[in-house]
Design a protein around this ligand. Structure first.
Ligand code: CAA
Ligand code: NAD
Length: 294
């Protein structure tokens, strides 16, 4: 079944990027948010990103307008009824995701592929909430979606090979490099990356070095484009905490546990770059390390 129309659930950090790349690749794209305010925020961010590409002469003004013409924002789930694939990028909570899948299961045709961008939940736990476990896959994009080449394409023991192939080719059609992953919590990248970020926070708690020096150490010592704290702020500290909690529940290994410092920062609304403050303060032209009293 050729994919023509794509639905995206959630238009936050990831959903807006996913909707952008789908519209740019030529798909009719419908992005759905819970309310007007987050929807407008997400749509504005896409317009801004496309505008930057035009300024840098990486996209023509005509192609930008065509991409925006293929993109619709909505708060109504019914508007996703005619989609060939629906990609979910809402909060990392199984019940929130499954509530949407249950409703969409009744709204969408039986051929529609359901794909989750989850970081740490298993796809089978979502497939089980639907009457179409064969058409449920994982399509795990990386942040920032328009730039990062990788997509982890995930099959469960119940995924139809044909639905998997369609999802894999779809990821390729977005200009991404797909890899095949088994349905285990964290897939490949987060299995390794999440304990790394948690360990960096533990190193900071232990006073091994300052935030800036731990970041500099990993950037200059290992060639990472970002140090672990800039990266954690970029992912979102609330999202990192949720991912870690789910992986801890799955594997029962302490390395996935959120250190106390991360929990306190979240209690204080320090979610990282998206809230303006996390391990760094983003109110000025350059990020400045926050004094965390360590
Ligand atoms: N959205 C869109 N484009 C962006 C962007 C964003 N948020 N941030 C940067 N870019 C673009 C820039 O416009 C620039 O484009 P051009 O080359 O066309 O000019 C390009 O990316 C490079 O940006 P910069 O020169 O400003 O900065 P940089 O060289 O440091 O690159 C970066 C920025 C690509 C984000 C780079 O720092 C990087 O790769 N960081 C690591 C990101 C990473 O590890 N992501 C994975 C997070 S984990 C995850 O996603 C999984 C999960 O489930 C949690
Ligand atoms: P985010 O907080 O930036 O955005 C989530 C959006 O979902 C919000 O705008 C919220 O309004 C919306 N939302 C909540 N409930 C909804 C519902 N019922 N219907 C539609 N929208 C709803 O989060 P994010 O960083 O974009 O993460 C989204 C998903 O992508 C999570 O599963 C996360 O684990 C995963 N992910 C995140 C990253 C990352 O670096 N942040 C990378 C890869 C995957």
């Amino acid at each position: 079944m050729p994919i023509k129309r794509v639905g995206v659930l959630g238009c936050g950090l990831m959903g807006s990027g996913i909707a952008q790349v789908c519209a740019m690749a030529g798909y009719e794209t419908v992005a759905r948010e819970v309310a007007d305010e987050p929807l407008q925020k997400g749509m504005k961010s896409i317009q801004k990103q496309l505008g930057k590409l035009v300024e840098k002469e990486k996209l023509s003004a005509g192609d930008r307008d065509a991409a925006l013409g293929r993109l619709t924002g909505t708060t109504r789930l019914e508007d996703l009824a005619g989609c060939d694939i629906v990609i979910e990028a809402i909060v990392e909570e199984l019940e929130a995701k499954n509530a949407l899948w249950r409703t969409l299961d009744a709204l969408c045709g039986p051929e529609t592929i359901f794909a989750s961008n989850t970081s740490s939940l298993t796809i089978a736990d979502m497939a089980a909430a639907t009457k179409r476990p064969g058409r449920m896959v994982g399509l795990h994009f990386f942040n920032p979606v328009p730039v990062m080449k990788l997509v982890e394409v995930v099959r469960t023991i119940a995924t139809d090979p044909q639905a998997f192939d369609t999802a894999f080719q779809f990821a390729r059609s977005l200009g991404k490099e797909p890899i095949v992953c088994k349905d285990s919590s964290g897939f490949v990248v987060n299995l390794l990356l999440v304990p790394y970020m948690m360990d960096a926070i533990r190193a900071l708690e232990q006073g091994v070095a300052t935030t800036a020096d731990i970041d500099k150490g990993m950037q200059l010592g290992t060639g990472h484009p970002m140090g672990p704290f800039i990266l954690a702020d970029f992912v979102g500290l609330d999202t990192l905490d949720r991912i870690g909690g789910i992986m801890l529940g799955e594997y029962n290994e302490k390395r996935y546990a959120s250190p106390p410092l991360l929990k306190r920062m979240i209690s204080l609304g320090m979610y990282g770059r998206k809230s303006g403050r996390g391990f760094y303060d983003y109110s000025g032209p350059e990020p400045v390390p926050v004094d965390l009293g360590i």
